[in-house]
Design a protein around this ligand. Structure first.
Ligand code: APR
Length: 318
């Protein structure tokens, strides 16, 4: 039997997720949205491309949680995206309410699902989702690090004229301006980026600019689009996590995971490398961080904690 992926939110990212999942023949797709017509229309549109693209999955749209029951994977994008000039944190109040409703909708209908959250502000929303739903912490995870790392790798590849698949890097911490590019773990064609600086292949100033562009990668797109935020790269990143879980690939991927003492921090969600397999988050990988990286990671986690405290003021049940 085909696996079942439910997409809560059938907007820009939700629609793109559905399309990518279909093109990969990964699973049947249920698109759920409070705007049922959008969910049904996108499902039908993508389904009508199956003869052309040669995939064989079932796609449907709904606004009834009953239709999502027993999902293997749930990917959540329900919520409001940024407008130009807004930070992700500005979305907190409105998206917190939406995520509470979603948690209620999924917790009894798909108690065994692997749940991937994409709604912003990511780290706080995924943490609230886990608390509201009481689903196991190793099965509730946020998508951010793959996207941030992917942006960083792309910018580096453009700068250094090296193919993206020859670059390895991680961007960790919270999914906001305080995210941390792990330069100590960044390799270009097998060489440490720090060695490339020593060899004069890239200056420290230029690298800092690229790191800064990565941090503001989402805002750059919001500014261009004027309406809505990025959706192709976020959707691709979400699908990678879902595929890793469904196929038990046990890849190491940077994701927002619940920390329980790892990286010297407890009871918070933040971006760290994790191993995803059929058990969900099977392991949190602890990288050796330089003292700078440690300090920046701590600052980033502190800002997630501050925002979660703000969320608790909005909803005291958290
Ligand atoms: N339940 C289900 N769907 C909802 C709910 C809800 N309670 N509230 C809103 N939605 C739906 C909207 O109807 C809309 O179709 O969520 C969808 C969001 O789609 P877009 O507005 O196109 O937003 P998108 O670009 O997909 O981003 C969604 O992901 O990356 C984050 O910051 C981004 O928080 C935003 C989210």
């Amino acid at each position: 039997m085909k696996k079942k992926i439910t997409l809560i939110g059938a907007g820009q990212i939700g629609g793109t997720l559905a399309h990518l999942i279909a093109l990969k023949d990964l699973a049947d797709v249920v698109l759920f949205d409070v705007a049922a017509g959008i969910a049904k229309g996108k499902a039908l549109d993508i389904a009508q491309s199956s003869p052309v693209n040669g995939f064989n999955v079932n796609l449907s749209g709904t606004d009834d949680y009953e239709d999502t029951k027993n999902s293997d994977v749930i990917i959540i994008t329900a919520g409001v995206p940024r407008k130009p000039g807004m930070t992700r944190d500005d979305l907190l109040g409105i998206n917190l309410k939406i995520i509470k409703e979603v948690a209620e909708g999924i917790k009894n209908t798909s108690p065994n699902a692997f749940v991937i959250c994409i709604t912003n502000p990511l780290d706080v929303i995924v943490m609230a989702l886990q608390k509201y739903s009481s689903l196991p912490k190793n099965k509730v995870i946020g998508m951010a690090g793959i996207l941030d790392s992917s942006r960083f790798i792309y910018f580096l590849s453009q700068e250094l004229k090296v193919p993206v698949d020859k670059i390895k890097s991680f961007v960790l911490g919270g999914h906001g301006d305080s995210m941390v590019a792990m330069l100590g773990s960044t390799e270009v064609d097998g060489q440490k980026i720090t060695d490339l600086i020593k060899e004069g292949k890239i200056s420290k100033e230029r690298l800092d600019q690229i790191v800064d562009r990565t941090k503001k990668g989402g805002a750059e797109i919001v500014k261009y689009l004027e309406k809505g935020s990025a959706f192709y790269a976020p959707a691709a990143s979400g699908v990678e996590m879902a595929e890793c879980y469904l196929k038990d690939l046990k890849k190491q991927l940077p994701c927002a995971a619940h920390l329980d003492g790892e990286y010297g921090t407890k009871d918070i969600y933040a971006g760290v490398p994790v191993i995803i397999g059929s058990g969900g988050v099977e392991k949190i990988v602890e990288l050796q961080l330089s003292s700078d990286e440690k300090e920046n990671f701590k600052k980033s986690v502190d800002s997630v904690r501050d925002l979660f405290n703000a969320a608790k003021k909005i909803d005291t049940s958290l």
